[in-house]
Design a protein around this ligand. Structure first.
Ligand code: FCB
Length: 416
């Protein structure tokens, strides 16, 4: 038996986002979900593989696509943080819902500001370091009525919200994750239009992408002015790409893809004090469809490829900043693959650290089963360390989670 020790003061936690867990939100997704739920249920037949349709019949139900009460985390956060503490976690990533704080343009809701103050205190009281995301794809309805991120003034609107929030919680929060997965959120929301605000088109995408980039820059100055010791970063979806098309050209193709997919990250690096990395799988570009074995795929069909975490960490070294794994996890309803998934990813993360990667924390996605966001997949994919019965709101720690808890508590991983 060998012990893989992680660095001193390493942060171990899990992540959520407001709309996915809180319940009762009123943002640009809320009405869209109601208007599109039936269509999404009807499309499940063509969208998902037969084995997925067979195992997850919930995907044919309209309710699957309506976030509704979600996990009722808005009311049950203390209970949920008790579980996180019990599981040995000393950090937690979550998002503050802009539509609660500023439901009407320029009018801030003091009751909601107090709510998140209680949330932050509840974490601090449990010795859990908060990582606060400021944009995890949701916005107030008024913001979208003005065109969302295509509006020239969108960056200004967002940084006004950021100023309010950071000013209020400056004593309680050190780590700000200003933006979550710009490429994915703006790509699906504006380029493909497959999720709200569904403003499909290249021009919309271009405007939204660069307005979000200026929103980040403006927010950065706002945060710096309020607290020059704040840690600032964004969570980037970082995939390991492999190309198997033309020998000789493969390297160039990967570089080309990476140039575009890391554009936002590169542009924000000079302002960041850390890099947030969301890693889920690798992406193989090949002429013949590679078949992923049953054993190594998640309920969403994503390939489980732990070495990819090591490879992306090596890739991130060029930015010369501390890295936090802000998301990593899998949809696994039966809880058959989660334990090995966690152990294997952490082994590769440890190896990257040994070889010089400055990784300072790991957040598993997710603490709770939740409303699965990208492209509105809904409730059927189960990512939680804690299982939720969405009818009764009962929480149950999944059995694989005890392994992760042991690693968190020991700050080490025992391997054969
Ligand atoms: C990421 C999102 C996150 C979650 C995971 C599975 O793209 O940031 O909210 O839905 O995927």
């Amino acid at each position: 038996m060998k012990k893989l020790q992680f660095p001193k003061n390493f942060l171990w936690g899990s992540a959520t986002s407001a709309h996915q867990v809180e319940g009762g939100t009123n943002n640009q997704w809320t009405q869209w979900e109601k208007d599109n739920a039936q269509r999404l249920a009807d499309e499940a037949k063509t969208k998902w593989q037969p084995w997925q349709q067979e195992h997850f019949p919930e995907m044919f139900e309209k309710e699957n696509y309506i976030s509704g009460s979600a996990c009722d985390h808005y009311n049950r956060y203390e209970q949920d943080f008790d579980l996180a503490k019990q599981l040995g976690q000393n950090a937690h990533r979550f998002s503050i819902e802009w539509s609660r704080i500023e439901p009407e343009e320029g009018k801030f809701d003091e009751k909601e500001i107090e709510h998140y103050r209680r949330v932050l205190r509840a974490l601090r009281e449990r010795g859990i370091e908060p990582f606060v995301t400021l944009w995890h794809w949701t916005e107030p309805v008024w913001f979208n009525e003005k065109g969302g991120w295509t509006n020239k003034k969108s960056a200004e609107y967002f940084s006004r919200f950021v100023e309010k929030v950071v000013g209020q919680y400056k004593d309680l929060v050190k780590f700000w994750v200003v933006i979550n997965e710009a490429n994915v959120g703006i790509g699906y929301g504006y380029l493909l239009g497959s999720q709200p605000p569904a403003k499909k088109g290249l021009v919309n995408f271009y405007k939204a992408y660069f307005n979000l980039l200026s929103a980040f820059k403006q927010s950065n100055s706002v945060i710096r002015k309020i607290n020059d010791k704040a840690e600032i970063g964004i969570a980037n979806s970082i995939t390991h790409y492999e190309t198997k098309i033309f020998p000789g050209l493969n390297y160039l193709i990967v570089k080309f893809i990476e140039f575009f997919s890391e554009y936002f990250l590169r542009a924000t690096i000079p302002y960041c004090t850390f890099v947030g990395c969301n890693y889920y799988s690798r992406y193989v570009i090949s002429l013949n469809k590679g078949v992923v074995s049953e054993k190594s795929k998640t309920d969403l069909g994503w390939e489980i490829y732990p070495k990819g975490l090591y490879l992306v960490l090596k890739k991130l070294k060029k930015y010369n900043l501390p890295v936090y794994i802000t998301e990593n996890g899998l949809a696994d309803t039966k809880d058959e693959k989660r334990k090995e998934f966690v152990v294997e990813h952490l082994k590769w993360m440890h190896r990257a650290i040994e070889e010089g990667a400055d990784v300072r924390g790991y957040f598993h996605w997710s603490l709770l089963d939740n409303f699965e966001f990208p492209q509105v997949r809904g409730f059927w994919p189960r990512f939680g360390l804690v299982e939720i019965d969405f009818k009764t709101q009962q929480r149950k720690i999944r059995s694989s989670t005890h392994e992760y808890a042991t690693i968190c508590k020991n700050n080490a991983l025992d391997v054969e």
